[in-house]
Design a protein around this ligand. Structure first.
Ligand code: DQA
Length: 150
């Protein structure tokens, strides 16, 4: 079964209690279980990791080579600051979908810029936790098209 990595960055461990009016009331554990179940339904195995540390996220992206066919990345605030994470996504050449719970384009100006958007195959934002499920569907289709091409 093809495997994907679902990577969440800083402060996303606080989902459920962190600004619920912006990020919803579901905990990260709930979001991750829904992702694992949805991935299974579309024929993918999902591995989930959250870290508040940029270096750990970098190592996880590097470690995905040869292990995962796709990445779903919500890098939290690092989205708007981290050239290093963008470079990592470019470097590993693994199709990566950028996800945000909130609509970053409708929020403060500093959230409008995403370094990751340059390296990602696409961005999904504003749909709350459903965005992760949409990203799984997008990757499932992308990976099955790739398989068909081989
Ligand atoms: C976020 C949006 C970011 O701007 C913010 O820093 C986050 C969460 C989102 O999922 O909406 O931590 O990535």
């Amino acid at each position: 079964m093809r495997s994907i990595l679902i990577l969440n960055g800083p402060n996303l461990n606080l989902l459920g209690t962190r600004q619920p009016e912006v990020y919803g009331r579901e905990t990260l554990e709930m979001v991750e279980s829904a992702c694992v179940a949805h991935a299974k339904n579309v024929g993918l195995k999902a591995e989930c990791l959250q870290s508040n540390h940029e270096g750990v996220l970098l190592d996880a992206i590097h470690g995905a080579r040869g292990m995962h066919g796709g990445i779903i990345l919500n890098a939290g605030a690092y989205t708007h600051t981290s050239v290093a994470l963008m470079d990592a996504v470019f470097s590993v050449e693994i199709p990566t979908v950028e996800v945000h719970l909130s609509n970053i384009h409708a929020r403060e100006e500093f959230r409008h810029r995403s370094f990751l958007a340059r390296a990602a195959i696409g961005q999904i934002c504003g749909f709350g936790s459903q965005g992760y499920l949409l990203a799984i569907d997008a990757l499932a289709q992308k990976l099955s098209l790739q398989d068909g091409a081989n």
